[in-house]
Ligand binder design. Structure first.
Ligand SMILES: [Zn+2]
Length: 129
């Protein structure tokens, strides 16, 4: 496969994975399930076409599609970073680069979500000292 193919595939996967990891970082620290479709802050379930990474944010200019509440720019920044990261890795290193970048992004995001939920408290017994 030509390098451009891996670049485009990596960019699409990067946007998708980053969007999902954004959901992980939003829900896991609050103890919410990862099951179920995304919802607006007003409670309305989002249609699939309202939830397309980057395009959805740009189409509504960073607001929710129904009640026009402002969305954090970190949503767009995370999805753009995922797009550039896996697109670049696909271009430079092919499918193994995409896979490595995806695994690294998943490990970092799930670790961050875990720390946000549970903090950095120690689980070992320090003997009361
Ligand atoms: Zn709404």
């Amino acid at each position: 496969m030509p390098a451009w193919y891996w670049c485009v595939l990596g960019a699409l996967l990067g946007a998708t994975i980053a969007s999902f990891l954004g959901v992980v970082l939003e829900r896991v620290p609050r103890g919410l399930s990862l099951n179920g479709r995304s919802r607006c802050a007003c409670g309305r379930q989002l249609a699939w076409h309202e939830n397309v990474p980057i395009a959805g944010w740009l189409r509504t200019r960073g607001t929710t599609p129904c009640c026009r509440q402002r969305l954090p720019r970190t949503y767009l920044a995370g999805e753009a970073a995922g797009t550039l990261l896996l697109g670049g890795l696909g271009l430079l290193a092919g499918p193994l680069g995409i896979a490595g970048g995806a695994v690294a992004a998943i490990v970092i995001a799930t670790g961050t979500a875990h720390l946000r939920r549970h903090g950095t408290r120690r689980t070992d017994d320090d003997g009361g000292h």
